[in-house]
Every structure is written in structure tokens, then in C-alpha cells.
Design a protein around this ligand. Structure first.
Ligand code: GDP
Length: 193
């Protein structure tokens, strides 16, 4: 998809604030610092529109990016940041649980992981959580430019095994540096719209 128009429509904390037009939505989840903002920016051809919203002290919101009046990317605050208080973590959990369990427009969740490393405990928990609610998931294994191409498939296999990926969910190798995988992601999204 050729993206020219993107607008941050709302930073929502509760369902009453979610947009009302019924456009298809794709949520983006990933642990802090995994490369989620870079992924979004690369997909929408922007340098720094999506900012890291997951740092402690920042308001935890669901950021709705409207793309070409056709779909939304919903940036979910990152997880697994050690310095977040228990209270904040609970608030985060409630907000995303409400969103993931009740949002009819949600087509699939893009789970961003690091291709270089096996998924973390938090990554596995998030994937299990998505499967518990039977949400389709596309795993984006990013930072591919940081390892040699010849190792990609082996690393992909480790991710698949450790997440215990279910049939129907796919892993797409990505790099925000080189745009590797960008077309594959758009093609995958199209299938769910
Ligand atoms: P977020 O916290 O998940 O939103 O992570 P960011 O998008 O802010 O990325 C964290 C760090 O990883 C930044 O220094 C990025 O420049 C770097 N990064 C993100 N994606 C890639 C990638 O595909 N390749 C490389 N080499 N670095 C990346």
C-alpha cells in the first residue's frame, strides 16, 4: 500500500473515545524498545510520527493512527518495562484487556519481537493472552538487518517454536532500517481487512 495520508486521530484510554466509523483496525503490541515505533513509522513512511509512548511517566494510551481513510493502526503501550509501578501495570492490563476483548473492528494483532533473540517471557505471555481471546496474530520479527540473512530462517524457527505459534498465524521478517518485509506486511494485512 502506498501511504501518503496519516493522522493521529486520538490517544484513547477508554472505549467511549475509540473512533466510530467502523474502519478495520490492527493493534501493535511489543515489549518496550523492541522497535515498535520504528516499525509503525516505516510502514506509514514517516520519520517520527509514532513516538515511544511506553516510557515510564508517559501517559499510557491507545494511539489511533488513521491511514488513508482505510484502516487504523492502534499503537498499544509497550510491555515489560521493569521500572513501571504495579499500579501502572494494572491500569495498562485493564486498558488493553478491555480493548482486545471488546473491539469488533480489531482484525488482527501485530506482535513485534526481535528476530535476533528468542521471545522473552513477556512476549510469550502476550502471545498466549492473544490466543486465549482467539485474536489472529501476525508476528513481526524486526531488526533483521542486525543479523546475517543466512541466519534468518533459523532464528525464525526459534521464535515459532518458543511462541508455540498456532496454525494460521505467520511470522514476517522485518527491518525498519532496510524496509525488508514491508510489502509482506501490507499483503498480510490485506487478507484480514
Ligand atoms: P519501541 O520502544 O518499541 O517503540 O522501540 P523504537 O522503535 O523506539 O526502537 C528502539 C531502538 O531500536 C531505537 O534505537 C531504534 O533506532 C532501534 N531499531 C528499531 N528498529 C530497528 C531495526 O529494524 N533495525 C535496527 N538496526 N535498529 C532498529
Amino acid at each position: 500500500m502506498k501511504v501518503n495520508n496519516v493522522e493521529l486521530v486520538i490517544s484513547a484510554v477508554k472505549p467511549e473515545q475509540y473512533p466510530g466509523e467502523g474502519l478495520p483496525e490492527f493493534a501493535l503490541a511489543g515489549r518496550s524498545n523492541v522497535g515498535k515505533s520504528s516499525f509503525i513509522n516505516k510502514m506509514i513512511n514517516r520519520k517520527s510520527m509514532a513516538r515511544t509512548s511506553s516510557k515510564p511517566g508517559k501517559t499510557q494510551t491507545l494511539n489511533y493512527y488513521k491511514i488513508e481513510d482505510a484502516l487504523y493502526f492502534v499503537d498499544v503501550p509497550g510491555y515489560g518495562y521493569a521500572r513501571v509501578s504495579k499500579g501502572e501495570r494494572e491500569k495498562w492490563g485493564q486498558m488493553i484487556e478491555t480493548y482486545f476483548t471488546s473491539r469488533e473492528e480489531l482484525c488482527a494483532v501485530l506482535l513485534i519481537v526481535d528476530l535476533r533473540h528468542p521471545p522473552t517471557k513477556d512476549d510469550v505471555m502476550m502471545y498466549d493472552f492473544l490466543k486465549h481471546y482467539e485474536l489472529p496474530c501476525i508476528v513481526i520479527a524486526t531488526k533483521a538487518d542486525k543479523i546475517p540473512r543466512g541466519k534468518w530462517e533459523a532464528h525464525k524457527k526459534v521464535i515459532k517454536k518458543n511462541l508455540d505459534l498456532v496454525k494460521g498465524d505467520e511470522i514476517i521478517i522485518f527491518s525498519s532500517e532496510t524496509a525488508e518485509g514491508k510489502d509482506n506486511v501490507w499483503n498480510a494485512l490485506r487478507k484480514w481487512m
